[in-house]
Design a protein around this ligand. Structure first.
Ligand code: PLP
Ligand code: SF4
Length: 353
């Protein structure tokens, strides 16, 4: 929960006419960001041209003033270590190119397809596994939406469609309405799922026309949010979650396990409770995808398993996200077998005393 003692540093909604102008005002200048946070400007900030700094004011407002190590700041601040090539960290770590039968559609798991409906995001998360993805080559145009729909029609084993990207909520309501309409016309689709970070980084994106669109949708709607730290959850966000639930949307969350951000059981347990308070159930805890430029966020599987073991001790089962790893060419997200990595007898002896 955001504390009231934090200084009010972000422009309020009153400063913007709509979410689009708020999005356009996202901070992309490192000096401006440091100034907003009362931090001394670095001498030679790392400012990559490809995948540059990008963070909306609403997310900056949740950061702690004067704290260079703030877990939200560290998720968005470009770091010189991104430029180091590290063996084993590639531009297409999931070999997604192998499961891309037509433009904009990934069919990797039997019953679900993932659509990259846009390349745009409101925020640039430094660990993002799609930061090297060729969106220009993968965004279906209006005309190409028909190809996507035809493909799904021809594959009756598909019962769920994921709208992803990029962030699907960077599309405007009209474009989203088109997608929902086209997908709703396919009888064997029962669920449409949106994977988005937008409600967290720019809550005003959840506007009335969008809520109307969701409320009127013929298919079951699931929203998988992406939140990594309890400080990302504030009152504005919680209020929007309530509205989404009122519109009939089921809310889940996925988290990426990130070194220096959330790599301890206490933070993850607080996150699960904060999510539950906001009406969201934890879904996945992901091992970082081995993408070029993100190695400094990675943990070993052994470290991840040990943290997860402690997390299991702290939480009721329904608040424990599944610890998984996305591996190339596997037909599902692979659960981590923590018994393989944790010396559990050590834990057992401890609890017997
Ligand atoms: C993660 C993912 C899905 C969805 O998997 P679930 O386990 O159903 O959440 C579908 N397609 C692709 C390509 C994915 O990466
Ligand atoms: S919002 Fe998601 S897709 Fe966009 S940069 Fe962040 S992790 Fe990547």
């Amino acid at each position: 929960m955001i504390s009231t003692k934090k200084l009010h540093i972000a422009p309020t909604m009153a400063d913007f006419d709509d979410w689009q102008s708020e999005l356009a005002a996202a901070v992309s200048d490192i000096h401006a960001l440091f100034e907003l946070l009362n931090l001394p400007t670095p001498h030679t900030p790392y400012a990559p041209k490809k995948f540059p700094l990008r963070v909306p004011h609403a997310f900056i407002a949740k950061m702690q003033q004067g704290d260079m190590n703030d877990p939200l700041l560290q998720q968005v601040l470009p770091d010189i270590r991104e430029a180091l090539p590290i063996l084993g960290y590639d531009t297409d770590p999931l070999a997604e190119n192998h499961h891309n039968p037509i433009k904009g559609l990934l069919h990797k798991y039997r019953s679900r397809v993932l659509l990259t409906v846009t390349g745009a995001c409101a925020v640039h998360c430094r660990y993002c596994f799609r930061q090297h993805f060729d969106y220009a080559a993968n965004q279906p145009s209006t005309h190409e939406i028909e190809h996507v729909v035809n493909y799904i029609h021809q594959h009756p084993e598909i019962d769920e469609v994921l709208l992803s990207g990029g962030d699907p909520l960077s599309l405007n309501n009209k474009r989203l309405a088109l997608w929902l309409d086209k997908l709703s016309g396919i009888a064997h689709i029962s669920t449409i799922r949106l994977h988005t970070r937008m409600p967290v980084v720019l809550p005003n994106r959840i506007d009335e026309p969008l809520l109307q669109l969701f409320a009127n949708c013929q298919k079951r709607l699931v929203m998988v949010l992406h939140i990594n730290h309890p400080n990302e959850i504030d009152d504005a966000f919680i209020a929007k979650c309530q509205k989404l639930k009122d519109a009939g949307v089921i809310l889940l969350n996925q988290t990426v396990l990130l070194s220096g951000i959330n790599d301890n059981a206490d933070t993850l347990a607080r996150l699960s409770h904060a999510l539950f308070d906001a009406g969201i159930l934890p879904y996945y805890l992901h091992i970082l995808d081995k993408v070029q430029g993100a190695a400094h966020f990675d943990l070993s599987i052994e470290q991840a398993a040990a943290i997860y073991w402690q997390l299991l001790e702290l939480l009721p089962g329904y608040l424990v996200p599944k610890l998984v790893q996305e591996l190339p060419n596997r037909p599902f997200k692979t659960p981590i077998d923590i018994h393989r990595y944790v010396d559990w007898q050590k834990f057992d002896q401890k609890s017997n005393h």
